[in-house]
Design a protein around this ligand. Structure first.
Ligand SMILES: Nc1ncnc2c1ncn2[C@@H]1O[C@H](COP(=O)(O)OP(=O)(O)OP(=O)(O)O)[C@@H](O)[C@H]1O
Length: 324
């Protein structure tokens, strides 16, 4: 669906992105994570055919950015991180304006605009002036706009930035809805936890280089150092702890208010003997599960040291030509 090969953009001697290789299938939701200036926008704009790379290739549904940009624009909905809305336009007029630009006419235009307002939960604002919307509502209106021509691919540049927690949740739910519609989505963010439950693949970019590119499950495995189990029994947890201490795979046991925190040795893979040991010692197990990985700390582990080394200063002028 989306493929990039050695995608590189230079400004003078400065590499905004360097050798980016993506391979996304239909229905993939790719969380594109990285600090400010890492190269997320540059990559997305190239895929959207709004910016030429210095070298490398990008394809959307097999169409090359060099030879089939028009086809790509039909297939892609690109939402930039910042976009303006016109001062004197109502929400519905704003959508109708862009629907007309996509040559959606007559009854079809009214139908599509209403459908999009419904999709992003903005029907109640249909007659409000677009410039009076909150940041979250504006972002949702932006999404409605890029969905008007029913693109298969969505490139969303930081759709949740600047939103309060409630609006972030609304945005995340909306992304899930788009995912369930089968869209292929690239969505960028500074932070992994925000995207982890929406995405199936994750890329972490730092100073133009894609440092991590894997499924969410693989990324989690990579950051997971040791397995920790949460265990409790109906009687004396500490007595149960004594039983588990005997197992070779157990590294340490800590007692919490109502459960034990059992950390396994790094090499431990199978811990199915542990509940058996408890049962044989006549303990009744009330809880036995793996502690979920904390996404915040996973992200910190993955991005340790990123963005700290001073990058070569990019020139302030735009030396290469842009189209669109
Ligand atoms: N026209 C330009 N001229 C010179 N340098 C540029 C130009 N556009 C982008 N850059 C540089 O390329 C690098 C990547 O920028 P990009 O906007 O892709 O990062 P980003 O990951 O999207 O960052 P943010 O999260 O802040 O939006 C940055 O160092 C930026 O300053």
């Amino acid at each position: 669906m989306i493929k990039t090969v050695d995608l590189t953009k230079k400004y003078g001697d400065f590499f905004a992105i360097k050798g980016i290789e993506l391979d996304l299938d239909q229905g993939d939701v790719f969380g594109f994570i990285g600090p400010n200036g890492a190269g997320k926008t540059t990559t997305m704009r190239i895929i959207a055919t709004l910016l030429n790379p210095t070298w490398g290739e990008a394809y959307v549904c097999g169409n090359s950015i060099y030879t089939k940009p028009k086809e790509i624009r039909r297939l892609v909905g690109y939402m930039p991180d910042f976009f303006g809305v016109y001062d004197d336009m109502k929400v519905i007029e704003y959508l109708e304006f862009f629907a007309a630009a996509y040559r959606i006419n007559g009854k079809e235009r009214a139908r599509v605009c209403n459908e999009m307002l419904e999709l992003v939960d903005l029907e109640f604002k249909r007659n409000a002036f677009a410039n009076t919307l909150s940041r979250g509502q504006t972002q949702r209106l932006g999404l409605a706009r890029v969905m008007l021509h029913n693109p298969q691919v969505l490139l969303l540049d930081e759709p949740a930035s600047g939103l309060d927690p409630r609006a972030r949740i609304q945005m995340r739910n909306l992304l899930k809805r788009l995912r369930d519609m089968g869209k292929t989505i690239v969505v960028s963010s500074h932070i992994l936890p925000e995207l982890a439950d929406v995405c199936n693949k994750i890329g972490i970019i730092d100073r133009g280089v894609l440092e991590v590119n894997a499924s969410v499950a693989e990324v989690m495995k990579q950051v997971k150092q040791k397995t920790t189990l949460l265990v409790s029994v109906s009687g004396d947890n500490d007595a149960a702890g004594k039983v588990l201490e005997e197992a070779d795979i157990v590294e340490s046991i800590e007692s919490r208010v109502d459960h034990l925190l059992v950390t396994l040795k790094k090499e431990a893979e199978d811990y199915s003997d542990l509940p058996t040991m408890l049962v044989q010692a006549e303990h009744k197990i009330t809880m036995f599960r793996e502690e979920e990985i904390n996404l915040e700390s996973a992200f910190m582990a993955l991005t340790k040291g990123m963005g700290q080394q001073a990058a070569t200063k990019p020139p302030t002028t735009e030396p290469s030509k842009e189209e669109g």
